[in-house]
Ligand binder design. Structure first.
Ligand code: UD1
Ligand code: UDP
Length: 382
């Protein structure tokens, strides 16, 4: 039996873990034993527990309850807790997702204890080291024994950093295995889209019509913490809502909600709060999010996950960042990088209103990335 210890902590990691958990339940229950550690990086009901309930993820075996703090304190507390769990569980692999502080903590704890790391979402790069996520993902990749890249761009980035692309097992941290495997979030998008239709009434609840609204999410630290950037994004949203009479629904990350009053100018804050076409709501469940994405006319986001889901559900996406790791959707013409620039956001809105993207070639695998990963983990057991 292969024993894997999966580290989750932030919302997108909990959702990603659902894909592997589903594959193990369906086809590997007699071969892979999954143990889950939740760092507690995200802890509000609608940022954490809601996904366990909705996506059938087994409850975490270890809960560190670390919560929010500075990067150093938060990551240090996680490393300590993960180290203790590794000591106790003695896993064959530590499985890590993405690029959060929970990912970084897992990578450091495991590599120093000689436990092989499997990194899902390896190879992504923004080439912007002022992003905490860029530091986390580079560090994690270089501590990993198995690197699972969702995209061709990810594989190319790893090749540029001298990772061997055609290595043969046995793998270890100095001789890692690099795989192009598709995206576990594409697995999830396919699987949960049908379920979302049955289980959610979010459109009715908010009076939304098919293709009759724009969906927006904002949470990146350099958007929430730099007042001019947040002001510019919300000014653009206000103009989309008022000048174009477009409903804009914004399931807002708690980080951003806490910053709105502090960072927006009183004039803009008042207008946003009283605009009948702007609806700021608490974070929604994953099934609700899928329905919003599937039915939106257009998506504005700084989220990595939501950028891709726009593509999965064949929607145009305006990226509220200066760069993206998901370069292929920009190259495809279905996403535009507008940064936090009011005029660029409005120009992108205007462009997509007149020219909605129609072509979405498969870029993220075949919906079976989690199965591929399980196979490689089994082959990799020492
Ligand atoms: C983290 C990740 C980011 C990821 C995002 C997904 C890092 C460095 N960043 O960013 O890569 O895109 O998760 O959502 O790991 N908060 C709550 N309740 C919660 C969680 C957070 O109120 O359940 C608030 C707290 O005020 C906290 C702030 O959000 O200080 C930021 O949370 P944190 O986990 O540090 O970073 P995120 O911005 O969520
Ligand atoms: N998501 C969700 N509810 C929300 C907002 C996002 O379920 O209210 C999902 C979204 O569909 C995607 C993931 O959370 O699968 C993205 O997480 P987030 O934007 O927090 O982080 P990122 O992907 O940028 O790291």
């Amino acid at each position: 039996m292969l024993k894997i210890l999966t580290i989750i902590g932030a919302r997108p990691q909990i959702i990603k873990a659902a894909a592997l958990s589903r594959a193990i339940r369906a086809d590997y229950a007699s071969k892979i034993q999954g143990v889950i550690l939740h760092t507690g990086q995200h802890y509000d009901e609608n940022m954490s527990q809601i996904f366990f309930n909705e996506l059938g993820i087994p409850p975490a075996d270890h809960k560190l309850n670390i919560g929010s703090d500075t990067h150093g304190k938060q990551t240090a507390a996680m490393i300590k807790g993960i180290e203790e769990a590794i000591e106790l569980e003695k896993p064959d692999f530590l499985v890590l997702y993405g690029d959060t502080n929970s990912t970084l903590a897992g990578a450091i704890a495991a590599v120093k204890m000689g436990v092989p790391v499997a990194h899902i979402e390896a190879g992504l790069r923004s080439f912007n080291k002022s992003m905490p996520e860029e530091i986390n993902r580079i560090t994690c990749d270089h501590c990993s024994t198995l690197l699972f890249s969702p995209t061709v761009a990810g594989i190319e980035n790893l090749a540029r950093e001298s990772f061997p692309l055609h290595g043969k097992p046995p793998f270890d941290v100095d001789h890692p295995g690099v795989f192009h495997c598709g995206d576990v979030m594409y697995d999830n998008a396919l699987y949960y889209a049908a379920l979302a239709e049955e289980k959610s009434d979010i459109l009715e609840k908010h009076g939304l019509n098919k293709s009759g609204f724009v969906l927006a999410t904002i949470h990146r630290d350099n958007n929430t913490d730099i007042p001019e950037r947040l002001e510019s994004i919300f000014s653009a949203i206000l103009r989309i809502a008022e000048d174009h009479q477009e409903k804009v629904i914004i399931p807002l990350h708690p980080r951003t909600l806490k910053m709105l009053d502090k960072q927006l100018s009183p004039g803009l804050l008042g207008k946003v709060n009283s605009a009948s076409h702007i609806k700021i709501i608490p974070p929604v469940s994953f099934l609700e999010m899928i329905l919003l994405e599937k039915n939106a006319s257009l998506i504005l986001t700084d989220s990595g996950g939501v950028q891709k889901e726009s593509y999965f559900h064949h929607k145009a996406c305006i990226i509220l960042r200066a760069e993206t790791e998901w370069v292929e959707i920009v190259e495809n013409g279905s996403a535009i990088i507008a940064d936090a620039d009011e005029e660029k956001i409005l120009a992108a809105y205007d462009h997509f209103s007149k020219n909605p993207p129609r072509s979405f070639p498969p870029l993220y695998g075949d919906g079976k990335a989690a199965w591929f990963i399980c196979e490689r983990l089994l082959e990799g057991k020492a």
